[in-house]
Design a protein around this ligand. Structure first.
Ligand SMILES: NC(=O)c1ccc[n+]([C@@H]2O[C@H](COP(=O)([O-])OP(=O)(O)OC[C@H]3O[C@@H](n4cnc5c(N)ncnc54)[C@H](O)[C@@H]3O)[C@@H](O)[C@H]2O)c1
Ligand SMILES: [Zn+2]
Ligand SMILES: [Zn+2]
Length: 435
């Protein structure tokens, strides 16, 4: 089959790799119909290289159709499923308490990490990922979310990661009606965080340097700002001089605006794996601009909720301020399955209250993934969320997927018209036209 593989820093390529096979009665194989690129994939692309092996298949936001079902999965061939990015057993103490990202059955103890994840480096078990034609799903008796056949892929796809991630970030921020919340970073995760906080009745401030990301958030009632010197002061003024009740950091360790850590990132990328791993483990490599803004901005006694991923063990933190302001800090990988019962009715709601069908700017064939990674990282061509289609352009692609593509393009076009974005923003480009 064809799969997207990691080849080195900022270098991914589509290669032919062996088809996955069932290895346990709880495994299933799915044929992938849609598979998204995530901000977390950009960390593999850029800074987590020391933990990757050349040829690793990446990707952790897939959905598709079951083509082989192990005897103990309870799945049927033909089931349409979304696959959560955490691999969890569903029966251990952690899973039973809703901490599936800490599953005690799949924890990667060699690295002291939580639950194994699809396509996410040796630290998370080196499990082949979902940016591929087929995916082996371990613990398929628990993980896959069975969905209906009526709605297009994009309505369901984000249940695999960013929608529950955003829901958890907002839940951890303890947001209730009438609260004030700032969301730092309006990438795909931040967009959903902001929409969810609005949906729950909060007044929401969104901060991101990229104009079209601010424009998209503004459409959902978010008050948007560029990260600038006076932004914190302006938001503080707008919240009675105190700062918002909660701040969600949806940026993570590659924030813009932290030059010193930028040099550490470059260093880690240049070292041989063993040394690079040690530097990541022992040094402060995170670019902390967003996290430090969050701590500064939030009101005294407020909550900072991190969904952005951080990676260094000695990254400097302003503990004096955190202690003095009596802050609460909550964080972690999303426990995907914990939020599905809440989210499924929302994504299936005909009114699409979280705008799941209004996020994808580019749907491209899997073959175009290398160009798409570069475009997403550089935020070119109005790119906000990319979905890869492993069956793209293949004769016999089923009508449901065709339908999804039509919807995506139409919605993106409508948005561009409405918001005066550059005319081609959001258009699905054929491979050859990608930058
Ligand atoms: N906790 C989880 O389970 C989980 C799941 C998915 C993604 N994530 C993480 O969430 C983060 C966001 O992911 P994404 O897919 O939205 O990616 P993304 O890279 O598209 O989004 C990051 C956004 O932050 C903005 N930004 C950069 N520096 C900033 C600054 N100083 N202030 C304000 N905004 C700034 C960027 O312009 C970008 O729009 C990543 O760190 C990703 O790894 C975590
Ligand atoms: Zn992701
Ligand atoms: Zn478990």
């Amino acid at each position: 089959m064809k799969a997207l593989t990691w080849q080195g820093k900022r270098h991914v390529s589509v290669e032919t790799v062996p088809d996955p096979t069932l290895q346990a009665p709880t495994d299933a194989i799915i044929e992938v119909s849609s598979t998204a690129i995530c901000g977390s994939d950009l960390h593999l692309y850029e800074v987590l290289g020391p933990f990757m092996d050349r040829g690793d298949v990446i990707g952790h936001e897939p959905m598709g159709t079951v083509v082989e079902a192990g005897a103990d999965t309870g799945l049927q061939v033909g089931d349409r499923v979304v696959v959560p990015f955490n691999i969890a057993c569903g029966t251990c103490t952690m899973c039973r308490t809703g901490l599936q990202s800490q599953c005690e059955t799949t924890q990667v103890t060699e690295y002291g990490s939580g639950a194994a994840l699809f396509g996410y480096s040796r630290m998370y078990g080196s499990v082949p990922g979902g940016q591929a034609e087929f995916l082996r799903v371990p613990h398929a008796d628990y993980g896959p979310i069975r969905v209906g056949t009526e709605l297009p892929d994009e309505r369901y796809l984000f249940l695999s990661d960013i929608l529950p991630t955003a829901w958890q970030a907002v839940a951890y921020a303890d947001v209730s009606e009438g609260d004030t919340v700032a969301v730092l970073g309006l990438g795909p995760v931040g967009q959903f965080c902001a929409r969810i906080a609005v949906h729950l009745g909060a007044r929401v401030f969104g901060i991101d340097p990229v104009p079209e990301r601010r424009a998209l958030a503004a459409k959902y009632g978010v008050e948007v700002y560029e990260p600038a010197e006076d932004t914190t002061g302006t938001i503080r003024e707008a919240t009675g001089g105190r700062g918002p009740d909660a701040v969600v950091d949806a940026v993570g360790m590659e924030a813009h605006g932290s030059p010193v850590a930028g040099a550490a990132h470059a260093l880690v990328g240049m070292l041989p794996d063993a040394l690079g791993e040690k530097v990541m483990e022992n040094a402060g490599v995170d670019r902390l601009a967003a996290l430090h803004t969050a701590i500064d901005l939030v009101r005294r006694g407020g909550t900072v909720s991190l969904s952005g991923v951080y990676g260094g063990t000695a990254s400097p933190m302003p503990l004096l301020t955190m202690f003095d302001k009596q802050l609460q800090l909550r964080m972690g990988q999303c426990n995907v399955k914990r939020w599905i019962d809440t989210l499924l009715p929302l994504v299936e709601d005909p009114d699409d209250p979280l705008g799941t069908a209004d996020l994808v700017t580019h749907r491209v064939p899997l073959d175009a993934a290398p160009q798409a990674y570069e475009m997403f990282q550089k935020k070119e061509d109005g790119c906000i969320k990319v979905v890869l289609d492993p069956r793209g352009g293949v004769a016999g692609t089923d009508r449901r997927v065709e339908g999804a593509r039509e919807d995506t393009v139409t919605e993106a076009d409508r948005r561009a018209d409405r918001d005066g974005l550059q005319p081609d923003a959001g258009e699905r480009l054929p491979v050859t036209e990608l930058p």
